[in-house]
Design a protein around this ligand. Structure first.
Ligand code: NDP
Length: 447
């Protein structure tokens, strides 16, 4: 895939203006590669310099986060919030706490979020935030003090009509609780709509915890249906063992598939009988331990320390850990071993070389910005419930999620056909998401 000659100078400008932010460059390139034909049909987007404007965040906030650890030592981390695009609604996107976080990671995630959120059809703009803080190995009290310090700066930038953060890697229910508590304390406002992923007793939505994994699995199910196939009897591999991974495995099992491997950053578990999801929940959500302890309970299961999970043969692969976890070689191995569908629960988990392998092999490939949009979509449903001080049942909310994922799938599928790339969900997602945001930006004038 190449970039159209009209778009190439814009990409070059992005590289020059954002040196060293390699993940951001990769995310921009992937979208820009799809946009040549869009400018032919919509010359007004070039006249209004929409692509140039969309690549420049509306606002970027970087701040110091000082906190005191359990030994009384002062620690300093860096906090980020990139408010990328508010054409369709308040900035919306999670926060990532991981030592690898720097501006380039937050910008790649924020950029992807613009198009993902547009695809949901709900009124949300795109943003992302986080910190290089590592929650691993920290006590609850340390995590609390960090979150309180983080919010002491962030609170002035967010609000239910302005910017609504949520979770991502390293930010789950515990962290959202501490962040919400500090926001409430500083502002003296019980403003449910300021954060999503809240606890069920205080404004959270049923299905939000499950939403990204369930949604990604629904998306793959739709791709399989187009090919007159289903999850029934399929062997699946799901990387990671965090929020997205766990609920992907759960929905795969409900749809008749069997997940035989999951992982963390140290290695992977192979269980030919099918991963026991309740045990993974116990280990990860309650005990906060490493995935290797799974093999202590099931002697037939193998833990492969430092192993590459993509060497495990499967028919459906659902990368649900982190960016660039499948490279070209991994993708070839997956295809060679009989993989027919890939659904990205994680954001940008496949390198450009890997994406090319999947597209060339003509397997069903659902890119993250379409496949994992169920998380943010259910966050928007949480905002709807907060706005009318209501709470919906699990079944009703899950049905809404499933309908949204079906719509995203058909939008991507039909847009790919319209733009001469049938079956290419990358083109479909990029083009459909972009056009929606671009139309709004044209309507607003030069702002
Ligand atoms: P969690 O923190 O709950 O879990 C992350 C999992 O991925 C852990 O098993 C972690 O292992 C593994 N992981 C993280 N970083 C790396 C790494 N550098 N190398 C190998 N493994 C790694 O995060 P989520 O499940 O929430 O997020 C997973 C992915 O899904 C991310 O890409 C995120 O952006 C994306 N996503 C999440 C959404 C959500 O609603 N939560 C919504 C849409 C996308 P370890 O414990 O060893 O670090």
């Amino acid at each position: 895939m190449g970039i159209d000659e009209k778009v190439e100078p814009i990409y070059k400008e992005v590289l020059d203006r954002n040196p060293g932010e390699v993940e951001f460059h990769q995310a921009v390139r992937e979208v820009l590669e799809s946009l040549g034909p869009v400018l032919v049909k919509h010359p007004e987007f070039a006249d209004h310099k929409i692509i140039e404007r969309i690549c420049e965040p509306e606002r970027q906030i970087i701040f110091r986060v000082p906190w005191v650890d359990d030994k009384g030592n002062v620690q300093i981390n860096r906090g980020f919030r990139v408010e990328f695009n508010s054409a369709l609604g308040p900035y919306k996107g999670g926060m990532r706490f991981h030592p690898s976080v720097y501006l380039g990671i937050i910008k790649f995630l924020g950029f992807e979020q613009i198009f993902k959120n547009a695809l949901t059809g709900l009124p949300i703009g795109g943003g992302k935030g986080g910190s290089d803080f590592d929650p691993k190995g920290k006590s609850d009290a340390e995590v609390m003090r960090f979150c309180q310090s983080f919010m002491t700066e962030l609170y002035r930038h967010i609000g239910e009509h302005t910017d609504v953060p949520a979770g991502d890697i390293g930010v789950g229910g515990r962290e959202i609780g501490y962040l919400f508590g500090q926001y409430k304390r500083i502002t003296n406002r019980w403003e449910a709509g300021v954060l999503t992923g809240k606890g069920l007793d205080w404004g959270g939505s049923l299905v939000r915890t499950e939403a990204t994994g369930y949604g990604a699995t629904f998306f793959v199910d739709e791709m399989l249906k187009v090919r007159n196939d289903s999850f029934e009897g399929k062997t699946c591999v799901v990387s990671g063992s965090g929020n997205v991974s766990i609920y992907t495995m759960e929905k795969i099992a409900q749809l008749g598939g069997k997940t035989v491997a999951c992982s963390d950053s140290n290695g992977y578990i192979y269980d030919e009988k099918g991963i026991d999801i309740e045990l993974v929940k116990q280990i990860k959500e309650i005990e906060r331990r490493r995935i290797k302890v799974y093999a202590n309970t099931y002697k037939h299961a193998k833990y492969i320390s430092g192993g590459n999970i993509w060497e495990v043969p499967c028919q459906v692969a659902m990368p649900s850990a982190t960016q660039n976890e499948i490279n070209g070689k991994d993708a070839k191995e997956l295809v060679k071993n009989g993989c027919i569908a890939v659904g990205e629960g994680a954001n940008m988990p496949t390198t450009p070389e890997g994406v090319k392998v999947f597209l060339d092999a003509n397997i069903a490939y659902g890119p993250g910005k379409a496949a994992n949009a169920g998380g943010v979509a259910t966050s928007a449903l949480e905002m709807q419930q907060n706005a009318c001080r209501d709470s919906w049942t699990f079944d009703y909310t899950e049905k809404r999620l499933q309908d949204i994922m079906r719509n995203i799938h058909s939008t991507c599928y039909e847009t790919a056909e319209e733009y001469g790339a049938p079956g290419n969900y990358v083109t479909g997602a990029n083009v459909a998401g972009f056009i929606k945001v671009a139309n709004a930006m044209v309507a607003f004038g030069v702002i």
